[in-house]
Design a protein around this ligand. Structure first.
Ligand code: RRO
Length: 311
């Protein structure tokens, strides 16, 4: 059994990576993911300027996942771009992902130009789905703005690029979003970001768990898994086959990863369980996915990718 995968012309030793936001804020955290059992890594979403993010507490572990309202704290695009360029020089065989986002639509072409003009040779993930910046709606729920941003990016950008999407819940939304995405030379999408604006309450104190936005925050972990499976499946059925899918949402076991791959994922990213279990999670997930594949008689990812059965 081997867990190798590919996305476009890029090859990865296994399907697992961190989800942007988790264990990727600093060069030390990024180095730790790179040295772990992960097949690749992605940076925290970088904005044009560094940001402190929302007031704390802004993250809480839950029984079956996590809630966060980090508010896009990050060291700024230059920091992550410098890291990625230094990383590729040291590890030419290990392509990595740079995640970026604008605080307003006009920032996206500026970010794109910066990356285009740089020595970066990896993959860029434009995050269109941060749920946690007060007063800023999730971009990818606004289909006109999404199309306009993609037009502005691809007027400039020639390097491999993808978008991080929020969860959708209606089949008409999948039709509409896929029609937009299919009009652009995307290498990948990453589906899904956290379930935006959930609310958890501490029963002992009748109080919310996090401070920003009155307690509203993005939900990840096992709560998100069925939504993630549906989103990956729905997009795989609608996107041009050249657009690969990074499956994200609720992966806690190797079986969860197997299911995202059955739905069509080429890579699997891990957020909540990485935050709560730590960097050793990658070796555990690889062992569990290997065991699951062996039990099902699958030797390679291609042996079952996208092969979900229906009734
Ligand atoms: O920083 C955040 O609050 C955050 C981001 Br940018 C995101 O894309 N998804 C998320 O759950 N939190």
């Amino acid at each position: 059994v081997n867990l190798q995968t590919q996305l476009g012309h890029y090859h990865f030793a296994n399907v697992f990576m961190n989800a942007s936001g988790v264990h990727c804020m600093t060069t030390q955290e990024l180095d730790e993911v790179a040295a772990s059992g992960a097949g690749t890594l992605v940076t925290k979403t970088g904005t044009l300027e560094a940001r402190a993010g929302n007031p704390e507490p802004r993250f809480a572990p839950l029984q079956l996942g996590t809630i966060n309202s980090m508010g896009l704290p990050n060291q700024g695009i230059d920091y992550y771009l410098d890291y990625a360029i230094a990383f590729q020089a040291k590890h030419p065989e290990q392509p990595i992902f740079l995640s970026v986002a604008g605080m307003k639509p006009e920032d996206f072409p500026v970010l794109a130009q910066k990356i285009e003009d740089s020595a970066f040779t990896g993959l860029t993930e434009f995050n269109l789905s941060c749920p946690n910046v007060p007063g800023k709606p999730q971009i990818a729920y606004d289909f006109d703005t999404t199309r306009n941003i993609l037009q502005a990016i691809f007027a400039i950008f020639t390097k491999p690029a993808g978008v991080k999407l929020p969860p959708y819940f209606d089949l008409a939304q999948f039709d509409e979003v896929a029609a937009i995405l299919n009009d652009f030379p995307l290498q990948f999408i990453n589906s899904i970001n956290s379930l935006g604006n959930g609310l958890f309450i501490d029963p002992a104190t009748d109080t919310v768990l996090i401070k920003p936005k009155g307690g509203f925050g993005g939900i990840g972990g096992q709560y998100a898994k069925p939504i993630a499976l549906a989103n990956v499946r729905a997009f795989r059925q609608r996107l041009r086959p050249e657009i690969a899918i990074i499956g994200t949402g609720g992966v806690t076991t190797g079986r969860d990863a197997y299911e995202l791959i059955l739905c069509g994922a080429s890579l699997v990213s891990v957020g909540s369980i990485l935050a709560t279990e730590g960097i050793g999670v990658f070796d555990r997930l690889s062992q569990e996915l290997t065991a699951e594949m062996a039990a099902k008689g699958k030797n390679t990812i291609a042996d079952f990718q996208g092969q979900l059965k229906t009734l």
